[in-house]
Ligand binder design. Sequence first.
Ligand SMILES: Cc1ncc(COP(=O)(O)OP(=O)(O)O)c(N)n1
Ligand SMILES: Cc1ncsc1CCOP(=O)(O)O
Length: 579
Amino acid sequence: MAMADTPAMSMMSTTDAMTMQAEEPSSMQAQIQMSMSQISVHEAAPRVPSMSPSPPPKLDLSLYLVTSSSLLPPGATLESHVEAAIKGGVTIVQLREKTLDTAPFIALGKRIHAVTQKYGVPLLINDRIDVAQAVGCEGAHIGWDDMDYDTARSLLGPTAIIGLSVSNLTQASLAASTSCNYLGIGPVFSTPTKPDASAAMYPSGVRQALELVSSKRPDLPSVIIGGIDSTNLQSVIYKSRPVSGKSIAGVAVVSAIISSTEPEIEASNLLSLFKSPPPWASPPPSQTTVFTDFYLPLILSKVVTTIRAIQEHKPLVHHITNSVVKNFSANVTLAIGASPIMSENSEEVGDLANISPHSACLLNMGTSGTSDRELFKRAIRENNKSGKAIVFDPVGAGATSMRRETVKWILDEAGYIDVIKGNEGEIRTVAGQGVNMKGVDSADSGAGGLEELVGVVRNVAMQERNIIIMTGATDVLSDGNRTVIIRNGHPLQSLVTGMGCALGSVLSAALAVGKDDKLLSCLAALLAYNIAAERAAKKEGVKGPGGFMTAFLDELYEIAETSASGNGMWTEAVKLEFR
Ligand SMILES: Cc1ncc(COP(=O)(O)OP(=O)(O)O)c(N)n1
Ligand SMILES: Cc1ncsc1CCOP(=O)(O)O
């Protein structure tokens, strides 16, 4: 390829040379690279052809197009498609043509290289080092069935861009011990584009791989690949971000751009999704409340403000819930001052997610089967897109394998969930602890003690980057950083069917009006709900579950009404601990 070694370069070790390339290039390296390739800086979109050689670019992996001519729409040529995609914002291209023989592969490579060079975008060749050399392009991407990295590096030279595939933690560890320029981690999801791919890694697997790579080679950038499109890109990036360490440097796609009839628009949309924070992301921590005893008065005043905001905005709570609890959930939603709608019609989930600036969606797995997955997915994606909160109640999550698989599928594949609420068994199932529950009633054994439960809740919240609520005699609420233990509530709550499910309605209402601090909104909902229960149980004439149920609705209503008039006396009953 065009990147032949120079005497000066060949005196360096490959690792030294690659380290130089990853950092600020020296003038010597700049000269070498400029003479070897016509790549120029390619930061701004829309792209225009570069007129003169510029300094060598920093590797920009933001939007990585991998080709597959067989997926082009009828009438499209790969050259025009690649050019349109680059104009839309593609920052690096890989020619991946699995069925082409050597001569046509090289010929196509040269034509595509002429296009990419015009825009200063690097072109890599998939698998075939010989083709990369013949084309004279900027590098190659190799997998574990291809030529080994050291041989590829020695053939392509120290300045070539070489990427390695990573499909599991062993490969992540091995790849991070080379001096390769980037990793392609995937498949994130299974995809028809690569039927022979390894098992899907999902965002959780990507996160583990990133953590491992960061610990071994913090400078090594990674892209994700496999089943990524505009509907899942932001949730994958958000959920795969390691708790510590670097997040991904870019996304690689084949079909999302190659199969599109509008590659420029598609690329531009994908790049802007990659660069923007997702609509559900919380604002910077400075705007959130510090959760300590010292701040309790401030926290409680914000709690009252949240309940008041429900009265003010009357948010819509779209319930996809089980038939046993619909009526009670609707009454609870009305009592807190919000507006319930019960709909399992997948045709209208988009409209419902956009009907009002104040809305949220409650997904309750109570009586659903695998046939409801598409409805759940659509609801999650539509609400994700419009930045509306999703509360997920994995009812009976550990009871059957169907329920366990549905929970796993929702977390792995469906999109971003803002809040997961469940009892101990349900949250342990979400945590992957494989709990077997007989039915849907609370496990609440607290076998490992409260501190162990706190640890489970905090860890799941940290991994999922969301809010986890474990309900029981004591409730635990955490966003991974701030954790609250709530000791309010009454044992009669467990004797009324739907009492647990309808908490999801109040959580949704609070999240619909309080998006800037979701943990605080959840705390407001939990306190209003549990204090209403305590007050109802003390009401004269309440002898058991029947009287309790109606008294509870009245008390919830009264808490909402008094909060609306600015009276927060009801919060004097709080029993909270911060961790
Ligand atoms: C950016 C990127 N990441 C991963 C791959 C997969 O490469 P490989 O494992 O060699 O599989 P094939 O592409 O050869 O089917 C990739 N091509 N690009
Ligand atoms: C090449 C490759 N490597 C892992 S998945 C994959 C194909 C990705 O294709 P798509 O973006 O169409 O899912």
